[in-house]
Design a protein around this ligand. Structure first.
Ligand code: ADP
Length: 354
C-alpha cells in the first residue's frame, strides 16, 4: 500500500463511504468508516475479517463490479473494483440512512393524508350541517304549525295529532344531531404557533417532489431570504399549500401545455405576507369561477369540489384572505394573504428554478 493509495482511501473516506483494499486474499488497508463497521487488523485473511457481517464473505468472491446485498436485512451494498493488477477496492454502502429517510418521507405523507382526510371529513360535516340546518328547522316549524291548526280545527283526530307529534320529535332529534356536528366542527380552532412561511413552502414542496418530478413540471420559486413569521397552525396552512399545488398539478395533467410550469412566490408587504401559487394550465372559465368556492362543485372526473372551500375557511381562521387571479401568460394563480407577526420591510428575494 503506497502513500497515494492511503491518501486516496482517506479522501474517499471523507465522503462517508466505508472502503477497504485487498491484495489477493489479504486485507491491506481500511478507512475509518470501514474500521467503525468492521474493526479488524490489516494483514489478515479477508475472509476472516468479513465474517462478522452477514453475507460479506460471499460478496468478496463475487465477480468484480457486481453489487451484492449484505447485512442481516440487506442493509449494506458491497461492490468491488480492481485498482490495479493486484489490488481490489471494496466499497460498502450503508443503505440504512437512505431507508430511514425514505421511511420518514412515507410517514410524513401518511400523516398529511390522515390530516387531510380528517380535515375533509370535518369540513364536510360543517358544510352538511350548515346546509341541512335550514330545511330541518323549517320542517320542524311547519309541522308544529300544522299540529296547532289541526288541534284547533279537529281536536278529535288524535291519531293524526299523535303522528304529527312523532314527526316533530324525529325532526327535533335530527336537528340535535346537526347541532352536535356544528359544535364539534366549530370547536376545531387552529393552533397559534410561530411559523416560518418560507420553511412551510419548502416542506410542502418536499411532500410533492415525487409528483412534480413524475409530471415533469418546472418549478419556479421566488422566496424571501429571511424567514417570514406568521402565527398559526402548521398542519392547516400546509394543507392549504398542498391543496393549491395539487390543483395546479391536476390542471397541468388534465390539459398539458408544452412546458408545464408552477410558480410559487412569497412576498412581504409591511405587515402582510402574500403567497402565490400560479400555473400555466388551462385556467378557469367564467362558469367555473362562479362556483369556485361552492362546496361539492368540481370539474374533475373524481373531484370532490371541497378543496378550495376548505382552503378558504382555513385561511379565514388565520385572519387571512384567499382569492384567485388570471395569469397574463395563461393559466391561473391562487393567492392567500396572512398577517406577518412582526412588521418587516420586503426582504430581498431569491429566485430558483428546478
Ligand atoms: P376539486 O379539486 O375536488 O375539484 P377544488 O375545490 O379544489 O375541488 O377545486 C374546484 C375546481 O376549481 C376544480 O374542479 C377546478 O375546476 C378548479 N380549479 C382549481 N384550481 C385550479 C387550477 N389551478 N387550474 C384550473 N382550474 C382549477
Amino acid at each position: 500500500m503506497n502513500r497515494v493509495d492511503a491518501d486516496l482511501l482517506h479522501a474517499l473516506g471523507e465522503l462517508g463511504d466505508a472502503l477497504a483494499i485487498f491484495d489477493g486474499d489479504f486485507l491491506v488497508a481500511l478507512n475509518a468508516p470501514m474500521q467503525a463497521l468492521l474493526p479488524g487488523e490489516v494483514g489478515g485473511l479477508a475472509e476472516d475479517w468479513a465474517q462478522p457481517l452477514h453475507g460479506l464473505a460471499s460478496a468478496l468472491v463475487a465477480p468484480l463490479g457486481v453489487r451484492m446485498r449484505c447485512g442481516v436485512s440487506g442493509e449494506y451494498v458491497a461492490q468491488r473494483v480492481a485498482l490495479d493488477a493486484r489490488h481490489v477496492l471494496l466499497r460498502l454502502d450503508d443503505e440504512r440512512e437512505r431507508l430511514h429517510h425514505l421511511q420518514r418521507q412515507l410517514d410524513d405523507r401518511e400523516g398529511l393524508l390522515f390530516t387531510s382526510r380528517s380535515l375533509t371529513v370535518s369540513e364536510m360535516g360543517s358544510v352538511l350541517a350548515h346546509e341541512l340546518n335550514q330545511p330541518i328547522g323549517a320542517t320542524a316549524n311547519l309541522l308544529r304549525g300544522l299540529k296547532l291548526r289541526l288541534a284547533r280545527r279537529h281536536p278529535d283526530d288524535t291519531d293524526e295529532l299523535a303522528a304529527l307529534d312523532k314527526a316533530v320529535q324525529q325532526v327535533t332529534y335530527a336537528s340535535q344531531i346537526i347541532g352536535r356536528v356544528r359544535e364539534y366542527t366549530q370547536s376545531r380552532q387552529p393552533k397559534t404557533e410561530r411559523l416560518d412561511l418560507v420553511e412551510l413552502v419548502h416542506q410542502s414542496l418536499g411532500l410533492l417532489d415525487w409528483d412534480l418530478q413524475r409530471e415533469a413540471v418546472r418549478l419556479v420559486l421566488r422566496l424571501p431570504l429571511q424567514p417570514v413569521p406568521v402565527q398559526g397552525d402548521a398542519v392547516m396552512l400546509q394543507q392549504v399549500l398542498i391543496n393549491l399545488l395539487r390543483n395546479a398539478l391536476d390542471a397541468l395533467r388534465l390539459d398539458r401545455p408544452a412546458e408545464p410550469l408552477i410558480d410559487v412566490e412569497l412576498i412581504v408587504d409591511g405587515a402582510r405576507a402574500e403567497l402565490r401559487v400560479g400555473d400555466n394550465g388551462p385556467g378557469i372559465t367564467p362558469q367555473t369561477e362562479a362556483r369556485l368556492f361552492v362546496p361539492f362543485s368540481s370539474t374533475k372526473p373524481n373531484g370532490m369540489g371541497l378543496g378550495l372551500s376548505i382552503c378558504r375557511s382555513l385561511i379565514e381562521m388565520h385572519q387571512g384572505r384567499l382569492w384567485f387571479t388570471r395569469r397574463d401568460a395563461g393559466g391561473c394563480c391562487f393567492h392567500f394573504a396572512l398577517p406577518v407577526m412582526t412588521a418587516a420591510a420586503t426582504p430581498p428575494t431569491q429566485e430558483r428554478t428546478t
